[in-house]
Design a protein around this ligand. Structure first.
Ligand code: ATP
Length: 360
């Protein structure tokens, strides 16, 4: 049974339409992420699920029960805010116990539940500390404990890691996943960080301008983006405008004006729309100092070689005037092409995706 069902949700704030005609179904136990740039409507959608906002149009259902205008305290959701929203002068224990006191649980039950959840977030030794005396990562754990202690049906996390430094973010990312698996709780996670989204989620909804662009697993979203916005927002990609020419026996031919060249594509999906763009990931682009033959071979000069440890990023300025980025696994310095050298860039036919252009 589906847990959260949003149908034709629109939210307007005066003139601003923050979310437009959104349909989403989030399954029980799923780790589901809303991903998109700042101002695209992620938080507004989360808040409509929490009940802090009611939609202007559309319905919010939990397990087929209409929750559209049910107040937050009657939804049994646990929320973690970006700024944690903890009570700074209360102790860790008091912060976590707060929701249980509001629910008027017996003192003994409160103690049991708080101790249990503090152990789960590895803060048992800190229960008498004031929250203001904790580090950012520890405060984040308190916020998680406070959300989990009420045994919510749905856990809602709004950019919970954005105030932490890079190392702590990695640590907390693992921690949140561990807790989510342990509690098997339906989790909705808001972020603008594509690495977080790809590495944590069962499924992702990519938002832009208040609309959902694509819903899919991390691999679907990365390997089969539905348009140039998704292709560019998730990971890195090379985009080149193209026009459809014709299809021949499993191969589609497109013409690129900027390259002044036909591009051959074997993606299994032909596309002939008004405005199209070729997308190819840097790890699919091959760069070599000698011609490999075959189709989609372009001439250029190496502008920049960047070594990042596990991989090497090569930027090539094509003779046609545009840049192509290629990423290779680091297999030793003897395999790198040299900055300034003439190279052949190959775009493998089966690695190219042609997608509709939605960006300006
Ligand atoms: P961010 O990552 O920056 O938090 P977001 O994707 O979560 O962005 P929202 O906070 O949902 O975006 O905002 C979507 C749009 O709605 C924005 O244009 C924002 O300015 C507007 N908006 C959000 N809340 C309100 C409000 N309470 N009153 C008026 N406009 C609002």
């Amino acid at each position: 049974m589906s847990v959260v069902n949003l149908s034709a949700i629109t939210k307007r704030f005066g003139e601003v339409t923050a979310v437009r005609n959104l349909d989403l179904v989030i399954q029980e136990g799923e780790f589901f992420t809303f991903l998109g740039p700042s101002g695209c409507g992620k938080t507004t959608t989360l808040r409509m699920i929490a009940g802090f906002y009611y939609p202007t149009e559309g319905k919010v259902k939990f397990n087929d029960k209409d929750m559209t205008t049910v107040p937050p305290e009657k939804r049994n959701t646990g929320m973690v805010f970006q700024n944690y929203a903890l009570f700074p002068h209360m102790t860790v224990f008091e912060n976590v116990a707060f929701g249980l006191k509001v629910r008027k649980l017996a003192k003994f039950d409160i103690e049991m539940k708080v101790e249990d959840v503090l152990e789960k977030v590895r803060l048992s030794d800190y229960s008498t500390r004031q929250v203001s005396q904790l580090s950012g990562g520890q405060q984040q754990r308190v916020a998680l404990a406070r959300a989990l202690v009420i045994e919510p049906d749905i856990l809602l996390l709004d950019e919970p890691l954005s105030n932490l430094d890079a190392r702590l973010r990695d640590e907390m990312r693992n921690e949140i996943l561990r807790l989510q698996r342990e509690y098997k709780i339906t989790t909705i996670y808001v972020t603008h960080d594509q690495v977080e989204a790809l590495s944590m989620s069962d499924r992702i909804a990519v938002f832009n301008f208040g609309e959902c662009q694509q819903v899919g697993t991390p691999t679907e979203i990365y390997n089969k983006p539905v348009n140039d916005f998704v292709a560019e927002f998730i990971g890195e990609t090379n985009l080149i405008d193209v026009n459809y020419v014709e299809s021949l026996d499993h191969q589609d031919i497109y013409f690129s004006e900027v390259l002044n060249k036909n591009i051959y594509v074997r993606s299994g999906v032909s596309l002939d729309s008004e405005e199209m763009v070729l997308s190819i990931r840097p790890e699919s682009v091959r760069v070599s100092s000698s011609s490999q033959g075959g189709t989609n071979s372009l001439l250029g000069r190496v502008e920049l070689v960047q070594f990042t440890g596990a991989s090497v990023h090569t930027t090539v300025q094509l003779d046609a005037g545009i840049r192509i980025l290629s990423t290779d696994l680091n297999t030793g310095p003897e395999t790198y092409v040299k900055e300034g050298s003439k190279v052949y860039v190959q775009l493998p036919e089966d690695q190219i995706r042609i997608v509709p252009k939605v960006r300006e």
